[in-house]
Design a protein around this ligand. Sequence first.
Ligand SMILES: [Zn+2]
Length: 237
Amino acid sequence: MSHAQANTLPELHRLHLAIQEVQEEIDRGPRQLRARSNTTASRLAELEAQRQKQKQLKMLADQKSLQLKTNEAKLEDLKGKLNQAASNREFDIIKGQIEADKVANSVLEDEILETLDKVDKVQAELKKLESDVAIAQAEEKKFASEVDQRRPSLEARLGSLREELQQAETYLPEEIRAAYQRLVQAHGASALSPVENATCTSCYVRLTPQNAVSIESGTIMFCRTCGRLLYPRKESA
Ligand SMILES: [Zn+2]
């Protein structure tokens, strides 16, 4: 049975947890930044879609205006023909055609006004979207510089915690060092598990009374259920 100095395992656990916390904070920055970039990208895509919509509406209004001009020229032409009608029958046919064309042109005029109205509405939406994009871009830039500023001190803290950890690991008995390293590789900070009320706090399985006593007296032991390296949690710690 190996023994450790009373402080070694709690100290190792504390250091592993601190390293994990700093590492998570380092990783969080780029992750949050990616989320912000995605937000900016989707705002930009929305803006681009509205710009396309605007372009198409303007084209539609132009096409309809051109159609109206063509129709009006045709109408003038018909009016000229009306005066030269050779018979009453021909006169009635041309007159009917003129009436029908007038109605069609009036519908077309309404459609043009409606389309121009839509162009104005999309224009207002575009203004709003452009401002949304500008805000998202500014926030992204600000956040990126905050992440950059925080990073060196986090890296420095990580470095000094790792040094402390290496130092603390020298107090581990030689014979459990390999098993400890494997556990850390597999489980990170949760490689170690405090025992509370004779129970492993990693898997919540109760220790035998004998093992609980051994743990309390500083014997190094791995949990039989989850394999974690056990140590007694001191009440005041
Ligand atoms: Zn366990």
